[in-house]
Write a protein that binds this ligand. Sequence first.
Ligand code: 5AD
Ligand code: SF4
Length: 452
Amino acid sequence: MINSVNFIHKDHQYKSVFFETFGCQMNKLDAELSLGLLQEEGYRIVDKVDEADVILFNTCSVRQHAEDKVYSHLGALKILKKNHPDVIVGVLGCMAQKDGEAIFKRMPHVDLVCGTRMFSQLPELLLKIRNHGSHVLAIDENQIVNVKRVVTYRPNIYQAFVTVMRGCDNFCSYCIVPYVRGREISRTIADIKEEAQALVLNGCKEITLLGQNINSYGKGLDGNITLGDLLSELNDLAGLERIRFVTSHPADMSRDLIRTMCRLEKVCEHLHMPAQSGSDDVLKKMRRGYTAGYYREFVRYARELIPHLTVASDFIVGFPGETEEDFQETVRLMEDIRFQNCFIFKYSPRTGTKAAELKDDVPDEAKRARNIKLLELQKHISLEENKKIVGKEVQVFVEGASKSDPNRLSGRTRQNHIVVFNGSQELVGKLVGVVIHEVTDLTLFGKLTSCL
Ligand code: 5AD
Ligand code: SF4
């Protein structure tokens, strides 16, 4: 295992990198930070594996399916690697941390396994492979991620994600994250503010703060710091228009934070606060630390203070022992809360977690049927909620050309609705008013009214 890497000369021969990311937003940001470091070293990003000298996968372990996908991508590189042995193949992130050495055994053509806390050393690790050969394992759990962000390497000039804390101490019984991402570590407000300021000076108007369990932000820092304190500080940054934060845990969410959101004009009226289940029995087995009643009451309080608040959630169906009655409780929660949108997952046992000791006894067919039922219900609710916006004017931050129709623009409301409308490219990065005249469950369509 490599604890510290220190090389003096730089590699000038191997300079093109293909990078693919799986999983959550934090993985996407880690990929962006890694690519920033590599570009500083002179690497060119390519979008085809057969044009790359270095092929890297930033991986996810949250469900088996995500891992299977990476192993199948790696398997497909066997022939390429045989024909071009100098190409470096690397596995980064959660799966690298979890499977470690076993990846080399299963996929001997992989050269690098780099865990969740060592990607800032990528340039040196790649150089080590070039100079000393393959099978470099870098999964030290005691490293603290500390990346000097190169703010100029960003896929979107007007928007940025900023990691404010890493890791999770919650140990929900189904979740692998605390094992692969380690204990919670918060960055200082000064550090985050410096990064945010640099981003704003570089043109950024909207920042989304990232943390696996963002409501725990500040734990371990000197002076009782909370997420509310961080939001207050960032709200003062001139030039920044909007602030978002993900992911909220219902048990760690405080009423105080809702009051702070209410007070700060740049903080958007949206929460991603996964409920996971509507059954108290299942929530208990999941070790979530709240009941469905508590969740309902919290959302009621939050909406009382922030009337236009939208709430998004994740749900897991088919957790061990989940009965039809438990599932109906989830349906009821979904109907009561009327989420803006939901991600629904079939339970996937993760070795090493507490839930993996329970029998995975809900048949896959039932998992699939429950998944479809929730997706359909949510689609129906989203459409009904979106219809209520027809005829109203919303404030939109223009993100770029619409993916489905490049002749139109796409942006988001403060409540995180996607809005598509006609307008010129100069509006990208600006706040505009749009009157909504048509909706689907996922998108609002409207007409530009003003530049705000
Ligand atoms: N099986 C299925 N879904 C899971 N999630 C986390 N762990 C598992 C698992 N073992 C889901 C949760 C979480 C989201 C990121 O992934 O809903 O909120
Ligand atoms: Fe996983 Fe629970 Fe931590 Fe979220 S809060 S990352 S679900 S352990």
